[in-house]
Ligand binder design. Structure first.
Ligand code: BJW
Length: 225
């Protein structure tokens, strides 16, 4: 049996109307990273951070999966037990497109986390700063997303998959954020064939054996078929 590991980034959801981070007009051009995606930024101004994620949660709630999400789900269905999808995205568009068992390494917009007791639960549509945690009552509730300086989720599992990969594909990610940007090298070391699918070359393009450029909604279905 083959193992196919897929890494996705913001580019796969761009055509569903969700902004990327680093492209022209990307999210970071409007919100400084250090203010909204670091634990220090949250400690300084929790209202700003909750507001940023409330807006993104509202956008994500109405977004629809596109042909790239659906193609990936089809690949998974056609190769039962062989396709592991690891996403850096905090939206739920892979699941909405039919994918199963998606590893959300940077967390999920739809979940809340208590900084004090690590309890996790379904986030309300609008999270207010200072809301008490339902488990421990501490006023330390935050979005369940992974900020800079924090450990991404399920890394042991992901590195185990990469170590057994026969094929690794990265879709719509700029290759600027680690550890995800290093997955291609990890998979290549394990002997996997590596493919980048992106609108334009990422920072790590030279690490890939094969590349395909264009909008995800057209290059993904072509690649899967
Ligand atoms: C299209 C398209 C279309 C557009 N079709 N494509 C020096 C060296 C190494 C590491 C570090 C370092 N200094 C600091 C670090 C660590 C730091 C890091 O990487 N910093 C860099 C800036 C250098 N990393 C961390 O702190 C991470 N934790 C960590 O390292 O823990 C220690 C550890 C060690 C060893 C093993 C394991 C752990 C945590 C990183 C957390 C990132 N969090 C964010 C926010 C999440 C919540 C939220 O969504 O708000 O995650 S930041 C943001 O960037 C978000 C994304 O998931 C992530 C990646 O962005 P992505 O998806 O690549 O998007 P873009 O916008 O960058 O790119 C879009 C791409 O799509 C482009 O390529 C376009 O071309 C393409 N595109 N339209 C196809 N239609």
């Amino acid at each position: 049996m083959d193992k196919i590991v897929i890494l996705t980034g913001a580019g796969i959801s761009a055509e569903s109307g969700l902004g990327t981070f680093r492209d022209k007009d990307g999210l970071w051009t409007r919100y400084p990273i250090e203010d909204v995606a670091t634990p220090e930024g949250f400690a300084r101004n929790p209202a700003l951070v909750q507001d940023f994620y409330n807006q993104r949660r509202a956008q994500a709630a109405t977004a629809q999966p596109n042909a790239a999400h659906r193609a990936l789900a089809r690949l998974q269905a056609e190769h039962p037990g062989e396709v592991v999808i690891v996403t850096q995205n905090v939206d739920a568009l892979h699941e909405a497109g039919g994918a199963k068992g998606v590893i959300h390494m940077h967390g999920e917009l739809a979940r809340a986390l208590c900084n004090a007791c690590a309890h996790r639960w379904d986030a309300p549509e609008v999270m207010a700063p200072g809301t008490p945690c339902p488990a421990c009552a501490a006023p330390t509730v935050r979005p369940d997303v992974v900020w800079f300086g924090e450990m991404p989720y399920r890394m042991d599992e992901v590195f185990a998959h990469l170590g057994q990969a026969d094929l690794f594909a990265a879709i719509g990610t700029s290759g600027n954020v680690y550890p995800a940007a290093g997955f291609v090298q990890e998979a290549a070391m394990a002997g996997a064939h590596t493919v980048e699918l992106n609108l334009e070359p990422s920072s790590t393009v030279s690490d890939f054996a094969e590349t395909r450029f264009g909008p995800a909604s057209s290059i993904m279905p072509d690649w899967v078929d």
